[in-house]
Write a protein that binds this ligand. Structure first.
Ligand SMILES: [Fe+2]
Length: 282
């Protein structure tokens, strides 16, 4: 079924995705989608195997801008970036990112460090990486790690609010079957709720990211259902994104996510269009 919504979370071969921007645009047309946003991972000043290599940034910007022009009669294309919040190093409103002339920015926390600027490892990486980071940075204290993660989300929303907050509770990605903690624990709920309140105050759009299901990593939507129902009570705007790393995944599990939003009482999701940001009925 054709989706009447766009996807704004798309990674091409310029970072850790597969495929040229044009192949993603062709997939959008095939699927009857009205618009598509690209969100390559930003460049960070240390090596990773998933952020954009500095030498790819220019071609990423050029290729997506070119696509915008070439497809303007058929598809609304938007140029964005998924920017990390890493205190003292980079943020969604860092001058280097602001200077790129982007249409939108997704702000995400992947690196969870006990203090600013410390050794960076990713919270949504392989299990072994999380276990090592937990041991080295937090002496094995999972609660300290999770509370730090949500403080970083709150700080990002308060001090450098991006257009979209990426995968709000990705800190649970490796927590299948409550491997590390219970998501019903009062301390967990308090930490997540406090960050969510900061997001709701910021005006940033809360993303419902289907990537954990599409790529079968966590197997769930991010954020989880209770966070979404809290978000509805707080009046936070939301949008469904696929976190696509392959052209065919750009609408992955959209219908399930939209059905969940409806069941929770949401009536619309926020979309970026050629007329600017709008509320699109679900
Ligand atoms: Fe991400």
């Amino acid at each position: 079924m054709a989706s009447s919504f766009g996807n704004y979370h798309t990674h091409t071969r310029h970072c850790d995705g597969q495929g040229e921007p044009r192949e993603f645009a062709e997939a959008a047309l095939r699927k009857g989608m009205p618009r598509l946003g690209f969100s390559g991972h930003n460049v960070v000043p240390f090596p990773t195997d998933w952020t954009m290599p500095r030498e790819n940034l220019e071609s990423y910007l050029r290729d997506v801008r070119e696509l915008k022009r070439r497809y303007q009669d058929r598809l609304e294309v938007f140029l964005g970036i998924e920017a990390d919040y890493l205190p003292d190093i980079t943020s969604p409103s860092h001058p280097r990112i602001r200077g790129l002339g982007l249409d939108f920015v997704i702000g995400s926390v992947h690196f969870v460090t006990p203090t600013a600027g410390a050794h960076a490892w990713t919270v949504d990486g392989p299990l072994e990486e999380l276990e090592a980071g937990l041991k080295d940075g937090f002496s094995g204290d999972v609660r300290a790690l999770v509370e730090r993660y949500y403080r970083l989300i709150a700080e990002m929303a308060t001090t450098t609010p991006p257009d979209i907050i990426g995968h709000f509770d990705i800190v649970t990605k490796n927590n299948r079957d409550n491997r590390f903690f219970s998501e019903e624990a009062p301390w967990y709920r308090a930490a997540a709720r406090e960050a969510l309140e900061a997001v709701a105050r910021s005006g940033s759009v809360l993303e419902i990211n289907t990537g954990g299901i599409v790529r079968n990593t966590s197997g769930i939507l991010h954020p989880s259902e209770w966070i979404l129902s809290e978000a509805r009570k707080m009046g936070a705007p939301v949008m469904v994104n696929a976190d696509a790393h392959r052209p065919d995944d750009i609408d992955g599990h959209f219908s399930e996510a939209v059905a969940l939003l409806r069941s929770l009482g949401f009536r619309a999701q926020r979309q970026l269009t050629s007329r600017g940001w709008v509320e699109a009925a679900l």
